[in-house]
Structure formats: structure tokens, C-alpha cells
Ligand binder design. Structure first.
Ligand code: SF4
Length: 575
């Protein structure tokens, strides 16, 4: 069955299945969500209003056996940043959508009545059902209830209470093969889904399969590709220690933002490190290796148990642990895991919410290091939508404005993640110039600044940082179109067989003849499409800047500031 576009109009509660327009045919994942949002969403619209649309698109290789190809891209105009947004995550939904013949699902309009709905997607199309039982429930309760109601088989995309309340930190959760959650965290896309009053989407591809034009060539390319992934030392470290292997590495570099970005090292780093976490997981019978979707050969998505051996959280990532740990000065991994579970349940971005907590701590709302207080606020204030909960649930910028804090680490109102741009300057260029607000995944210069992957660019000097960020942002935009997990980038940068094998996979899947230059052109097209949307929405070069304190406050231990001029930052777009 040919891929098609599935469209849902929530205003008149109608659905349709459409042929794919020629201009969209070569796109998938982020390339497709950004193309559709740019084509169909009025850039100046209110993100929570009738003119915004939310788009779900599997990658070009999703649903195949290609290693690590199960990322789902979700796109819209962001209520947090006001820019175009794409956030991608693992889980089973991307593969199931692809197998259902769905190239993209577009949800548009707003319901006329104050009712909630769910969507059921099969190869025949989408059915809209009124939902009452699960409204007001957290993501874990939704997954558990639906595994019984729907016989456990379909893929699920859900929002928690934060999405229902349209908070700007609300994420969209995707069920993984074991009923755990993965999150499209950034930019408040859960609020857009909530504005359309869609609580969850189930996906049942029936016996649908993804067609491969040249199966033997596809299999051969996948063998080379998967081998390159498993052979790379960073992949092996991720499989052993999870992404949290980075705590000690970034702390050592002096770029671990601590105490609301006032220091670059955290005294309690050992207590929250990947090494400590690995030993704790082993002692308690958790899972050191776990894949967030079938076919992942890296398996970084660890399962963390409590003292009694019961699962607390999974996909317990470095950025979440850093944010609640070093940034909020909580040095208790169990407390951070508890906070992570609550955030997954109520459906908020762990980075945005934890950085917002750090700003709230600076404002005196609660003391630094108060992990119990964090959990109480998450449960009782954000989860229940109190006044304080809505201030924090709308992100770090919201807290800064409400309490008059001047050290607010955001770009385009999105919280800066786990790498201080004063001590790791390449990532500062990514934060400033990303089309989507501060986001390390848009151009992960840590690879080359810190991990010596793809060469070495000194993190403390300005030389080569703009070029590094530009090259990585272009490559990332293209990778985000394939459905590949970003962690393939380490092998792609270092192993000369990896990227050609990825291109071979695409060529065998579609019987085309893409070259490396085509992939670079695709990345450039995506960035320029996103940039044009933002310009039409009113963004200018002045928005591509870091907050003032990064230029004025020296960061210990290196005592460095972010020292790029506006003109230097703007050269990023010279391509
Ligand atoms: S490497 Fe980690 S994030 Fe990537 S697909 Fe595997 S488990 Fe998911």
C-alpha cells in the first residue's frame, strides 16, 4: 500500500486519507513535519489556537529492520518558543505508523464542544472517539488502562495532565515495547495536542508492512550500518552506562551547569554519575541495557529500580539527571528518579521543568538541594494546576518573569540544557542559532568539543565553533528525517563506512540514488525552511543570542564568559 497522509479535523470531527503531494514525497521525519508546518500553518498564529496544526511523521526508514530507525517526529508551532518545532522520540509508534501506510498524521482545528477525544489509526484511516474515562489521568494510568481496553497491541501516543492544561512544558509520550514511556519532550507539543482535546492516539497497523524496493541490498547495507554502530566506543559506553555516563565527563570539563548556571562543576557529581547509576541498577535488578524501540543496537535506555527492586523509571537520561541533580543541587539519585517518574507521568519536559525549578530555587520558592520539595511541587502544584504549578509548568522563562529573576537560562524562551555554553562554546552557537530555541540535539558539538568524535575543537576557544555547529546542525536535520536515533552520529562521524551505509539503506528502500551531497542539501533545506517560518513569525537575528548573564558572569572553574559578538553568531547562516 502506498504511503498516504492521514488528516483529522477536530473542528468538524472529520477525517480523510489523502495522496502524498509530490513536494512532500521525498521527505520523512523532521523534514516532513517542518515542510508541512511551513506549508499549512500561519506563522503568526496562536500556537494553542485553531490555526496551529500538530503533525506526526515517522522517518524515511521507520518500520524497516534498519538499526535504530524508530524515531517519531512531532512538529507544530511551539507554545513555548513561538518558533517552528520538531521533537522526536523512540517508542513503537513510528514503526507502527509506517507499517499502517501513514506518511504523516496531521491534526488541525479545535473542537467546538468542551469534550475530549481519542484517535484510533489503522491502515483504513482514523476514527475519532469521545473519551471520558482517562481525562485527568497521568500517562502511566493511561498506558495501563489502554493495554487492557485495547488488548495491549496498538502503539500509543498520549499526553498527561500538563498537556490537558496546555502548559508550555507539556510533552507528548510514546509507549515503548515494554509499556515504558519515551517523550517528545521539548517545546510544549503536548499543549498543542491538549489544545485539540486529543488525549491519546492508538495505532494498529494490522498486518501492514513497509515495502523495500531492493531487499537484498537493504539487508547488506544494514549489516554494515549496524556493525559500525556497535563497534564505536561511544555506542559501547552508552550501552554500558546510559547517557548518564556524561555526568563525570562534563563535570571534568568544567561545563556542568550547577546551581542555576552559577558554577561549572557539581560537588555531588559522583553520587549522580553514570557509574554510580550502573552499579545501583545492577544491585537492584534493573536493566543496564534496554532499547526504546525494536531494532536499536545501542540500547542506552536504562530501567532504574527502587530499593525494593520495583521499577521507578526508564529512559533515565543524562540531561534529566543533570537538570534535577547539578542544576538544582540534588545529589540523591533516588530522589531524582522519583522526580523523573512524576514528570513522565504528568507529562512535562524534564529539562524545561527542572531548569524552571532551578530558577524557582534562585527566587527562594524552595531551597537548592530540596529534592523532596521538588517532588511535592511536581505532584501537588504542577500535576494539579495550582497557581505556582502553572507558573513553573510554563517553563523557566515563566518562572523568571513571575519572580523577577534575571539569571534565566533560556534561548527563545526554551531552557538551556546540560552543557554550559561558556565552557563549551560550540554548543553555545547551537543554542543561539537553533531554529527551535536552546536544544543540544540540534547540533551536538559535545561530540567534537568534549568526546573527540569527528576530530577535536577546543571547547574553550572561539575558533572553529561556528563551522562545527553549522555542519552538525545540517547533518542532524538530515538524520532527523530518516527516523534514526541521533546516537548514530558518533559512528557516522568516525567510521567511514557508516554514513555511506545509511545512504545505501535509503537508496535500497526507495530504489533511488541519493549521494552524500543530496543529504547535505536536504539538511540545508530543512534549516532554511524552519528559519523562513520563524522570520515570518517575527523572529530576527536579535533572537539568536544567549541571555545577558552568559556574557557578564564568568563561570568557574575556567572563569570564562561567552564572548561571541552578534555579527560572529550571525555568520552561522552563511550557507
Ligand atoms: S540508543 Fe538509546 S535513544 Fe537511541 S534508539 Fe537506542 S535506546 Fe533509544
Amino acid at each position: 500500500m502506498a504511503d498516504r497522509i492521514f488528516r483529522v479535523n477536530m473542528t468538524d470531527l472529520t477525517t480523510s486519507v489523502e495522496d502524498v503531494p509530490e513536494a512532500w514525497a521525498g521527505h520523512g521525519g523532521r523534514g516532513l513535519t517542518s515542510t508541512i508546518v511551513a506549508a499549512e500553518v500561519i506563522p503568526t498564529c496562536h500556537p494553542l489556537g485553531a490555526n496551529n496544526k500538530i503533525v506526526f511523521a515517522p522517518g524515511l526508514l521507520s518500520g524497516t529492520v534498519a538499526a535504530n530507525s524508530g524515531r517519531l517526529s512531532i512538529g507544530a508551532k511551539s507554545p513555548l518558543t513561538g518558533t517552528i518545532k520538531e521533537a522526536n522520540a523512540g517508542g513503537t509508534a513510528a514503526a507502527l505508523l509506517a507499517r499502517a501506510g501513514c506518511k504523516a498524521l496531521i491534526i488541525e482545528g479545535l473542537p467546538k464542544e468542551d469534550k475530549w477525544y481519542s484517535l484510533a489509526l489503522t491502515p483504513e484511516g482514523v476514527t475519532i472517539n469521545e473519551e471520558t474515562e482517562l481525562i485527568g489521568k497521568g500517562n502511566f494510568a493511561v498506558v495501563e488502562a489502554l493495554s487492557q481496553r485495547l488488548d495491549g497491541k496498538p502503539g500509543l501516543i498520549t499526553i498527561g495532565q500538563a498537556g490537558e492544561m496546555k502548559m508550555s512544558s507539556a510533552n507528548v509520550s510514546i509507549k515503548d515495547p515494554d509499556g515504558n514511556l519515551r517523550s517528545s519532550g521539548r517545546g510544549g507539543l503536548g499543549a498543542v495536542m491538549g489544545s485539540k482535546k486529543v488525549k491519546f492516539i492508538s495505532i494498529d497497523p494490522k498486518d501492514g508492512k513497509v515495502a523495500i524496493a531492493k531487499p537484498e541490498e537493504f539487508k547488506a547495507a544494514n549489516r554494515v550500518f549496524a556493525k559500525a554502530l556497535v563497534d564505536h566506543p561511544v555506542s559501547q559506553a552508552l550501552g554500558q552506562y546510559g547517557t548518564n555516563v556524561l555526568v563525570n565527563i562534563i563535570n571534568e570539563s568544567g561545563g556542568l551547569p550547577t546551581r542555576n548556571f552559577t558554577q561549572g562543576q557539581f560537588a555531588g557529581h559522583d553520587s549522580i554519575s553514570g557509574e554510580t547509576m550502573h552499579d545501583t541498577i545492577e544491585q537492584r535488578g534493573g536493566k543496564v541495557k534496554h532499547n526504546c524501540h525494536p531494532g536499536c543496537v545501542i540500547q542506552c535506555s536504562q530501567v532504574y529500580n527502587d530499593l525494593g527492586g520495583k521499577k521507578m523509571t526508564s529512559g533515565f537520561e543524562y540531561e534529566s539527571i543533570w537538570a534535577m541533580g547539578a542544576d538544582c543541587c540534588v545529589d540523591d539519585l533516588d530522589k531524582i528518579a522519583e522526580a523523573d517518574r512524576i514528570m513522565d507521568d504528568i507529562g512535562v519536559d524534564t529539562i524545561e521543568t527542572s531548569v524552571a525549578m532551578g530558577v524557582a530555587m534562585e527566587a527562594g520558592v524552595l531551597p537548592f538541594g530540596d529534592g523532596a520539595g521538588v517532588c511535592r511541587i511536581l505532584r501537588e502544584e504542577i500535576g494539579k494546576g495550582t497557581g505556582l504549578g502553572r507558573i513553573i509548568g510554563n517553563g523557566a522563562g515563566s518562572v523568571g518573569r513571575a519572580f523577577g529573576v534575571t539569571r534565566v537560562p533560556v534561548v527563545k524562551n526554551q531552557a538551556i540544557p546540560a552543557y554550559d555554553p561558556r565552557a563549551i562554546k560550540g554548543i553555545g552557537i547551537t543554542y543561539a542559532t537553533s531554529t527551535q530555541g536552546a536544544d543540544h540535539t540540534m547540533g551536538y558539538t559535545i561530540a567534537t568539543n568534549i568526546l573527540n568524535v569527528g576530530g577535536k575543537v577546543d571547547p574553550l576557544t572561539k575558533e572553529g565553533q561556528v563551522e562545527l555547529s553549522r555542519n552538525l546542525q545540517i547533518a542532524t536535520a538530515a538524520i532527523d528525517s530518516t527516523g534514526m536515533c541521533l546516537f548514530i552520529a558518533f559512528a557516522a562521524l568516525d567510521d567511514e563506512k557508516c554514513l555511506p551505509a545509511l545512504i545505501d539503506l535509503l537508496n535500497a528502500r526507495f530504489d533511488i540514488s541519493l549521494t552524500g551531497d543530496d543529504v547535505v542539501s536536504l539538511g540545508k533545506y530543512i534549516l532554511k525552511t524552519e528559519k523562513a517560518f520563524n522570520t515570518a513569525a517575527g523572529f530576527t537575528a536579535v533572537d539568536d543570542r544567549l541571555p545577558e548573564f552568559f556574557y557578564n558572569e564568568a563561570l568557574p572553574p575556567h572563569n570564562v564568559v561567552f564572548d561571541f559578538s552578534g555579527a560572529e553568531i550571525d555568520t552561522f547562516w552563511d550557507f
